[in-house]
Design a protein around this ligand. Sequence first.
Ligand code: FES
Ligand code: FES
Length: 208
Amino acid sequence: MENISGKIQFLLGDKIHSVVNIAPYMTVLDYVRNYLKLSGTKEGCGSGDCGACTVVIGELVNEQLHYKSVNACITLLATLHGKQLITVENLGDNNQLHPVQQAMVDFNASQCGFCTPGIVMTLYALTKNYYMPSKKQICSALVGNLCRCTGYRAVVDAAANIGKQKMYEINAEHEFFIINKLKEIDSKTVLHLTSDQNNFLNLKLLDS
Ligand code: FES
Ligand code: FES
């Protein structure tokens, strides 16, 4: 049995989540699917090429939240320390689809559905960063998401017609809460994960 030390803390959705006894090389994709049993995030290529595993990471930079979509299959879990992880399970609720999901439905932007959670998360990050994304910004955001059956016209149409005002209200309600939650995590302490054969050291924190 490997001897593993170090603790990772991040927001999973809007709740603080702690991880101990985890290998330094654990990816976000393996963790959410195999440990958390959150299977909405899909595994396609496993090497950062298809976008099926797209999740969104929120980070506090100069007191402001910044969001980006990443490939969970090539992102180490330890890099989430002090950040927010949003998976497709965090969107919408039992009664109502998230506006991004609703737009995908309204514009028939999904067929087999395998790429859909990843595309939804890419568009979610896009609408977090742009109030009214242009077609160029939409197409640029989608370059990492492969869809082999629906094609992209319906997806781009969906992205251009997301209920923007509603999205803006959702963002405003949550932002203050998330910022305060992130501040509860001690992200200034250098994270050092060790196992018998591997190490993870947050060099970015050492620099700052
Ligand atoms: S599974 Fe294809 S990019 Fe991650
Ligand atoms: S809907 Fe089938 S791969 Fe995109």
